[in-house]
Design a protein around this ligand. Structure first.
Ligand code: ASP
Length: 335
């Protein structure tokens, strides 16, 4: 264990009743790029205070009472959509889920029309996922409410990076100085991009590991070390962050076969043993068991933080909703 917090001694959690000031100077949350470390730390501190609240029988704190939150998802989602819904409900907002099929209409028309229509219903916060990079920024320019990017194409997924950071911070007591390997389909991953921005801003060392076809062009310019040999790349890392093969974003053949991919880049016990003693495994989900990760490792509570990531997702999204609502017109301080 490289940090101060072991699994048996988790960070003390608040109950969401503490007043946590967050120096956040934006109307929206569109990406991690552009946030400064004290804003990230503020969001994580507030999220930490919501972990305890979600573990109580009464999980509600009606800070967003009277507010309307719309989940607008143009792509499928399980964890992200459910956790934004729960986060909104735990904070007392009226929460509406809209899943939009993009098959029959062009993306541009759908996006702008939908934005203008929803805007007329006067929501306070819009949570948006879209399969095109930049789409959520575009939509944010058309509405009066606060907008949260729940994943845009292969660009950013800021709340995933925040929940990953909270999970890491609670386990290791810090982010600075840790070495994090982000492995697999980095090229198509918005999770990887947001994590690279966040972890490097917070002083972690980042390694990207994958086949050359699945690494982003000019990966070194992202400030990371790049490895195509997984065993080499895992030597001495504290955190192994696995990514899903995102076939929905692949045009053409990136891999000879899934079997070959698992052989070279699938995380199994033998490869994981190259990481530091006390290293942990993370995955944003959904997982392809037997493709990028061996089931037994993913389910090993000693080393897998995957379920904790899901729990932290709700706390982080409560933090984001709380902070953005403070900046809404007539958003005032907490009662
Ligand atoms: N759930 C994450 C995302 O929406 C990761 C993934 O889909 O592989 O980007």
């Amino acid at each position: 264990m490289t940090g101060s917090n072991s699994p048996s001694a988790p960070t003390p959690t608040g109950t969401g009743t503490e007043q946590v000031e967050v120096p956040y100077n934006h109307r929206h949350l569109l990406g991690i790029q552009g946030l400064v470390p004290r804003e990230i730390t503020g969001l994580l501190d507030l999220a930490d205070s919501y972990v305890g609240l979600s573990r109580q029988v009464d999980k509600k704190r009606p800070l967003l009472k009277g507010r309307t939150l719309i989940n607008l998802f143009f792509e499928p989602s399980t964890r992200t959509q459910a956790s934004f819904e729960l986060a909104g409900k735990r904070l007392g907002a009226d929460t509406v889920n809209m899943s939009v099929r993009t098959s029959s209409v062009t993306k541009g028309e759908t996006l702008i029309d939908t934005a203008v229509t929803l805007n007329a219903m006067r929501p306070d916060i819009l949570i948006v996922r879209h399969n095109s990079s930049g789409a959520v920024d575009l939509l944010a320019q058309k509405v009066d409410c606060a907008v949260v990017n729940a994943g845009d194409g292969s660009n950013e997924h800021p709340t995933q990076a925040l929940l990953d950071a909270l999970t890491i911070r609670r386990r290791f007591g810090r982010i600075e100085g840790l070495t994090v390997a982000i492995c697999g389909d980095v090229r198509h991953s918005r999770v990887a991009r947001s994590n690279i921005h966040l972890l490097s801003a917070m002083g972690a060392r980042i390694r990207l590991i994958g086949p050359p076809t699945l690494l982003p062009p000019s990966a070194e310019r992202l400030g990371a070390e790049v490895f195509t040999d997984m065993r080499e790349g895992l030597k001495g890392v504290d955190i192994v962050m696995m990514l899903r093969l995102q076939s929905e974003r692949m045009e053409g053949n990136y891999l000879p076969s899934l079997r070959e991919f698992y052989h070279l880049y699938g995380l199994d016990r033998e490869k994981f043993d190259y990481a530091n003693p006390g290293a942990v495994i993370m995955h944003p989900g959904p997982m392809n068991r037997g493709v990028e990760i061996e089931s037994a490792l993913a389910d090993d509570p000693e080393i897998s933080l995957i379920q904790e990531q899901v729990e932290m997702g709700v706390a982080v999204r409560m933090s984001v909703l709380d902070v953005l609502s403070r900046r809404l017109p007539n958003g005032g301080p907490k009662q």
